[in-house]
Design a protein around this ligand. Structure first.
Ligand SMILES: [Zn+2]
Ligand SMILES: [Zn+2]
Length: 332
């Protein structure tokens, strides 16, 4: 019989379809769809030498040959950096001017090296850049919510294969984030503990869904993973906001992220994925009830009518099997 599992972090239900569950390796991307990726493409706006194809950079980490990481405003920005925040309320109709920040973070000069193929110190530079841009965006008084994310591959919503991530800072806070803040505050009030610390402790105790444990972080498949192989990387130390991360922790996050993504890369033949940092806004830094984490969502299945219609998910794989499969993939 299938089992319905409740995700305490998102408050969503997922049907774990145990009887038609696929084996982990059935999710691997087919080799025939993969072509070798070149290190440099003259038509790529993110390759070194083509900097004129993007707006001037807002931040750069230089190195001897040019740059290690480069940040530029998105050429097709979702929100406008220029302008004031205006709110208009007409009856029940509300609008807010589309001001904010939308930047692209080019993670490496090398077109072919996705996160799984970078070195730890290169990923650490990317994380330090995330912190810099997150703090910069959060300090803008027009900004309500800052979202850091990566789209890898076409199924994840990108056509540009050069390794990059994005940051979008919007003038409003979404219902999803507000709900997470309220839900975790309610849990803290009722139980006197951080919900996320509790989840992490439980996962470490059971161990069956843990993929990787490092000094500062743990990556695991959630008990109620909404989709196959969706994973969290959670800091062991209680921190409400991503901006609270310390230097040694940034290095630890880089290593944990790189190894977790390398297991996915080698285990499932470089599947498309998104990752995003789910964090409280910076003004919530220090609160006892919220806890940030990084969420990795491999795009192995499509959302269909049932998911859209019900807000419930069907996961045709077993979180424990997926975690054990990734644990066993050897990565340096
Ligand atoms: Zn490129
Ligand atoms: Zn916590």
């Amino acid at each position: 019989m299938p089992e319905l599992r409740h995700n305490v972090l998102t408050r969503e239900w997922v049907i774990i379809a145990t009887e038609r569950a696929k084996r982990p390796r059935d999710f691997a991307t087919k080799m025939k769809n993969k072509k070798p990726i070149p290190s440099y493409l003259d038509t790529c706006p993110f390759c070194p030498g083509n900097e004129k194809m993007t707006p001037p950079e807002t931040y750069i980490v230089p190195d001897a040959d040019g740059w290690r990481v480069r940040v530029t405003p998105n050429k097709f920005a979702a929100v406008s950096y220029e302008g004031d925040l205006h709110r208009s309320i007409l009856g029940i109709r509300r609008t807010v001017s589309g001001v904010g920040i939308h930047e692209v973070i080019v993670e490496t000069p090398d077109h072919s090296r996705t996160t799984a193929l970078l070195k730890d110190d290169e990923v650490e530079t990317v994380i330090q850049t995330y912190l810099n841009r997150f703090r910069f965006a959060s300090a803008d008084p027009r900004v309500g919510q800052v979202t850091l994310f990566k789209n890898h591959g076409e199924a994840a919503g990108t056509s540009l294969e050069h390794p990059h991530s994005q940051i979008i800072a919007t003038p409003v806070i979404t219902a999803q984030l507000r709900d997470r803040l309220i839900n975790s505050l309610r849990h803290f009030d009722e139980f006197g503990e951080c919900l996320f610390c509790h989840v992490l402790e439980q996962e470490l105790k059971e161990g069956t869904r843990v993929i990787l444990e490092t000094e500062h972080f743990v990556s695991f498949v959630q008990f109620a993973a909404l989709t196959p192989f969706s994973m969290l990387i959670m800091p062991r130390r209680h921190m409400a906001c991503f901006s609270e991360i310390k230097e040694a922790e940034a290095a630890g996050l880089a290593h944990t992220l790189r190894v977790t993504l390398a297991k996915l890369y080698h285990g499932l033949n470089d599947p498309d994925f998104n990752y995003t940092i789910r964090t409280a806004p910076m003004e919530y830094a220090g609160v006892k009830y919220h806890h940030w984490y990084l969420s990795i969502i491999p795009r192995l299945t499509k959302m269909a009518g049932f998911e859209l219609g019900s807000g419930m998910f069907i996961n045709a794989s077993l979180p424990e099997e997926n975690a054990s499969f990734l644990r066993d993939i050897a990565v340096n």
